[in-house]
Design a protein around this ligand. Structure first.
Ligand code: GLY
Ligand code: MN
Ligand code: MN
Length: 436
């Protein structure tokens, strides 16, 4: 049993039972599926990699606190679609106290729920299971009054699991460091191989090839490879245009290692040399990024870090002539928002935008201070729309973002993606060396 599951059991207590489902395969088109990706809460608690499984966790059940329903072995299905652990393998290799074929779930789960006050279950994720649970609940009303003792309180486990996922263990940090290292190497390769006339897709393939060659399962999200104006589209993923001499290239790409994501952005000149206008914007973003990395430490709140990024970016935009006026007034009227319209970062872990609450209260008014064990991205940017008449012509169509992944520690923080350079001179040097 994973230590995470043990901790979850302690958290929900002996009078509770939890139903945690695995993901289901998703059709891509006609009779082909997307590559399977496990549900992260299920993966976190069980480590079981297959679709169509359900874990029933009942800490008060002395004999079988952990029951896992899985796809049974099936020689014909396995010949067509791949190996399965089956009930024996799931028990032997994943520490379940009892394993049953998934086909028996509908008939059996009610018995496992009886005798518990609370049911931990998240509605709204898997329709087939929601339907079963609703049917169960509607029949239990009568039983509850007359005979048995089914759960009377239903609780969404997202908060408990989210809190656990937010604070990384030593093992999780090691996986995230590896994900950071692999992605950092891939970004360096992109810089070294980039040339005018290449297609964005070639850079994408260089990066993702390195991910796969290095033990990552692939990209953690759709890579963003935006040359020129495309860098001003935040979630540009077409990645199919020619890279032009004199343009910048924004690369936002991270990999997934043992389920854990890295999330890195670097912006560099296609021809290896920044123009003065590109450099002006780049250096503003870099200074803000470095300051926000430093601020990612115990005690700073998400809101404070966001405000810091806004203040410094506004000042930087003024310095280079992108904005004019009094800094306080510019901030008040959100003048920066046209050029910086997103958050400075997010939690990172199994999901690229990871689980965990950002506020300390129910009204979402009090921003949460950073705590040791959290991993956050730091990703300020400036994006000048190509048709922005207010901006000096030299800045139009320039998009710059710089993003690292930072682990908060008791004594400060660790940049998990430090292996890819971010100072303009270092980037130019790497690119120049690669040309020789
Ligand atoms: N790559 C997604 C993000 O930076 O949030
Ligand atoms: Mn990010
Ligand atoms: Mn990113």
């Amino acid at each position: 049993m994973k230590p995470q599951l043990k901790k979850f059991m302690d958290a929900i207590g002996k009078d509770a039972v939890a139903i945690i489902p695995a993901a289901h395969e998703v059709t891509r088109s006609y009779d082909t599926e997307y590559k399977f990706r496990q549900d992260n809460d299920f993966l976190y608690l069980t480590g079981f990699p297959e679709p169509d499984a359900v874990a029933v966790i009942a800490p008060g059940n002395k004999k079988n606190p952990y029951t896992l329903f899985v796809r049974p072995r099936d020689p014909e299905m396995e010949t067509w679609f791949g190996r399965r652990e089956g009930v024996e393998g799931a028990k032997k290799n994943y520490g379940a106290d009892k394993t049953l074929p998934i086909e028996k779930f509908a008939k059996e789960f009610g018995k496992l729920l009886d005798g518990h006050d609370k049911l931990y279950y998240r509605f709204g994720r898997y329709e087939w299971l929601d339907k079963l649970l609703l049917q169960y609940l509607s029949t239990q009303r009568y039983r509850r009054l007359k005979t048995a003792y089914p759960p009377h309180t239903i609780i969404d486990p997202t908060l408990i699991i989210g809190e656990m996922r937010l604070h990384k263990t030593t093992e999780e940090v090691a996986f995230m460091q590896k994900a950071g290292d692999i992605a950092a190497e891939a970004h360096v390769l992109a810089m070294q191989n980039c040339k005018p006339g290449m297609n964005e897709s070639e850079i994408e393939s260089i990066i993702e090839h390195h991910f796969r060659m290095s033990g990552a399962s692939g990209a953690a999200y759709n890579s963003i490879i935006g040359g020129g104006d495309n860098a001003t589209i935040l979630h540009y993923v077409e990645n199919n245009m020619t890279l032009k001499d004199g343009d910048l290239l924004l690369v936002d790409a991270g990999c997934e290692y043992q389920g854990y994501a890295s999330d890195i952005t670097r912006t560099f000149p296609v021809n290896g040399k920044f123009t003065q206008a590109q450099r002006d914007i780049y250096d503003v973003v870099l200074d803000v990024q470095i300051a926000c990395c430093e601020a990612t430490k115990v005690g700073t709140t998400i809101k404070q870090r966001q405000e810091l990024s806004i203040e410094l970016l506004t000042e930087g935009m003024k310095k280079i002539g992108l904005l004019k006026g009094d800094t306080k007034k510019l901030i008040k009227k959100k003048a920066y928002f046209k050029y910086y319209m997103h958050g400075v970062g997010h939690y990172l872990g199994l999901d690229v935008h990871d689980a965990g609450r950002y506020f300390t209260d129910q009204q979402a008014k009090h921003s949460r201070p950073f705590e040791a064990g959290m991993v956050l991205t730091v990703e300020p940017g400036i994006y000048v729309p190509p048709d922005d008449k207010d901006a000096p012509a030299k800045f139009r169509g320039i998009g710059v973002r710089i993003e690292d992944d930072v682990l908060v520690t008791e004594s400060g923080n660790v940049n998990l993606t430090a292996k890819v350079p971010k100072h303009a001179e270092e980037i130019e040097e790497i690119m120049a060396k690669a040309k020789k």
